[in-house]
Design a protein around this ligand. Structure first.
Ligand code: NAD
Ligand code: UGA
Length: 467
């Protein structure tokens, strides 16, 4: 079957669907791209005339939206209609960890993937290419194929023909647009030559052909989980060494540089921090652990579980260090928190180590003064989920939100840098120090501050990975 792709539908207008379809639309002006979502608020935000109100913050995104929106890129809630128009459909929905039932706490919840497949089965026309872009357990394509090809007497679904491909997404938040424009590789898993070629043609408008890797469906699905597991493993490895550096007087950046100069190790992804966050590393490794156990590979499951355990330990040890340095108690002490997103250049807080650390400090009785350049007060409130025992009102006296980093220092005993936002590398420490209660501390979990300047201003400093 030869395909001529004129109309793409992407189900899911989230952190992946929005940016990835924007870049596809930018490079394929003759193709109409509909990005659809059930979430009306999210779609309204994608359509907001004020481009600073897009639902996600990514450098370079609003410029593309400005060029393509309502020309060949559309954000809609009409899921069924857009599916019915499409020659190619991307499934870009969320695949979080299951919270109940079999596999709860480990397996991926495929309810939204399955719902998408059922909507496609019902509303799509025949000979449509269906592409898994969501990260899913290996063998999910089989489930999708089964749903798409099952018979339904009411709508004669069995008469339609679908071609299923796997095309995982490797973008990182904060650099999504650059990652999409200059990908290291495009991975396409499938068994139908013509549909693979049709997808390749979309990417070849801006990605060199040599960067397009073809595999079978299962290799493609498993490669995505494996890539995230390997990346997370590097972070856990360097974080484990950060603790040893603090105990021995070694400097973790010097160690990272020394080992990263070995071309077999390479310097990327060796930055120590408060533990990896983000919506995917934890859930994808949990999923890998679940799959390994499912296939009877307990030792393999344990190996990957350790990457997660080390990450949890790294986050928790930071809260303990802060309490210890502040004379063993932080009750009623004010503490400034710089950064709430899980990394710089994103407003995403999913699995951010800032959440755990803030919760720990509040539990110890501290009053937090939180600032993040892109995360809203509502998001922080929802993440911290503070409820007074016995009633449902939000606890209001344990943290405050500030619009300016200097306001977090007022009468504070400590400042904690939790996200590596650029502006935190240029702080006026003399000004900060003049606002704080003495003795005043700064804890840098990202190794981003100018330590000498902070110390010259009279601050006591603790830098992760440095004795
Ligand atoms: P997200 O939660 O931001 O977006 C998913 C969207 O899908 C939501 O807006 C939701 O309302 C919508 N949705 C769910 N079911 C739907 C349905 N039946 N019809 C219409 N809309 C529906 O998630 P995300 O961060 O974009 O991640 C999506 C997938 O991509 C996940 O599998 C994730 O693991 C993977 N991934 C994410 C990233 C990342 O950086 N966030 C990177 C690579 C891969
Ligand atoms: C990660 C992967 O890098 C992407 O390839 C993948 O597509 C994506 O997950 C996904 O599947 O969702 P992302 O989570 O957006 O991307 O961001 P990363 O840059 O990987 O950072 C993840 C976490 O690790 C952050 O908390 C970051 O601060 C931390 N990290 C990263 C470090 O602590 N040190 C490093 O050297 C790198």
């Amino acid at each position: 079957m030869n395909f001529s792709i004129k109309n793409i539908c992407c189900i899911g207008a989230g952190y992946v669907g929005g940016p990835s379809m924007s870049v596809i639309a930018l490079n394929n002006p003759s193709i109409k791209v509909n990005v659809v979502d059930l979430n009306i608020k999210r779609i309204d935000e994608w359509n907001d005339n004020n481009l600073d109100k897009l639902p996600i913050y990514e450098p370079g995104l609003k410029e593309i939206i400005k060029l393509c929106r309502n020309k060949n890129l559309f954000f809609k809630t009409s899921v069924e209609e857009s599916i019915a128009e499409a020659d190619m459909i991307f499934i870009c929905v969320n695949t979080p960890t299951k919270i109940k039932g079999i596999g709860a706490g480990q397996a991926s919840d495929l309810i939204w993937v399955e719902a998408s497949a059922r909507q496609i089965a019902k509303h799509a026309r025949s000979n449509v290419i269906v592409i898994e872009k969501s990260t899913i357990p290996v063998k999910t394509a089989l489930t999708i194929k089964t749903i798409l090809n099952c018979s339904d007497t009411e709508s004669n679904l069995n008469e339609k023909r679908f071609y299923v491909l796997s095309n995982p997404e490797f973008l990182s938040e904060g650099t999504a647009i650059n990652d999409l424009k200059n990908p290291d590789r495009i991975l396409i898993g499938g068994d139908d030559e013509k549909s693979i070629e049709a997808l390749e043609d979309i990417y070849k408008t801006w990605v060199p052909k040599k960067k397009i890797i073809r595999t079978n469906l299962w290799s493609s699905e498993l490669s995505k989980l494996t890539a995230n597991a390997f990346l997370a493993q590097r972070v856990s490895s360097i974080n484990s060494i950060s603790a040893l550096c603090e105990s021995t007087g070694a400097n973790v950046d010097e160690v990272a540089k020394a080992i990263g100069s070995d071309s077999r190790i390479n310097p990327k992804f060796l930055k120590t921090g408060p533990g990896f966050g983000g919506s995917c590393f934890k859930k994808d490794i949990l999923n890998l652990v679940y799959l390994c156990n499912f296939y009877g590979l307990q030792e393999v499951a344990l190996y990957w579980q350790n990457v997660l355990d080390l990450n949890y330990w790294q986050t928790k040890r930071i809260s303990k260090i802060i309490v210890n340095k502040l004379f063993g108690t932080i009750t009623e002490k004010k503490i400034g928190i710089l950064g709430f997103s899980f990394k710089a250049d994103t407003n995403d807080t999913r699995e951010s180590p800032s959440i755990t650390i803030c919760q720990d400090l509040i539990e110890e009785g501290a009053i937090l003064k939180i600032y993040d350049p892109k995360v809203s007060i509502y998001q922080i409130e929802s993440d911290l989920k503070l409820k007074e025992k016995g009633n449902n009102s939000s606890k209001t006296n344990s943290w405050e939100f500030h619009q300016n980093l200097y306001d977090t220092a007022h009468e504070s005993d400590a400042i904690i840098v939790l996200t590596e936002w650029e502006e935190f590398s240029n702080i006026d420490w003399v000004r900060i120090s003049s606002l704080m209660r003495k003795p005043s501390w700064v804890f840098d979990t990202r190794r981003i501050i100018d330590r000498d300047k902070a110390m010259e201003s009279g601050l006591k400093t603790w830098i992760i990975g440095q004795g």
